[in-house]
Write a protein that binds this ligand. Structure first.
Ligand code: ZN
Length: 98
């Protein structure tokens, strides 16, 4: 399992140190780890912990406003696309291990 610290480090690294939504530098403010598919009980029941806690589901934003803009919970097509990326990535870890 990935702990929260690793999750933050990873998210910061892939964001290039800027807010994913507005592009503001993150070093000055208080960066917010934002879930694309919201971290709610309902979403955990629907998508599973693997999807909710996956680094692909976490973005980095500069503020609560930008945090909210990253939420795709209400966009079924975007959620399915994200799940597909996550499952493809996770499946690749098992390739060649049979
Ligand atoms: Zn921002």
């Amino acid at each position: 399992m990935i702990d929260e610290k690793d999750q933050r480090r990873y998210a910061l690294a892939i964001s290039g140190g800027v807010c994913e939504v507005c592009g503001a530098p993150l070093r000055d403010g208080q960066p917010q780890g934002a879930h694309r598919i919201g971290n709610t009980q309902a979403n955990r029941a629907k998508y599973g912990d693997m999807v909710i806690d996956h680094p692909f589901n976490i973005g980095y934003t500069c503020s609560l406003n930008c945090n909210a803009a990253l939420d795709i919970s209400k966009n079924p097509a975007a959620c399915i696309q994200l799940c597909k990326r996550i499952y493809t990535r996770e499946a690749s870890k098992y390739e060649g291990k049979k």
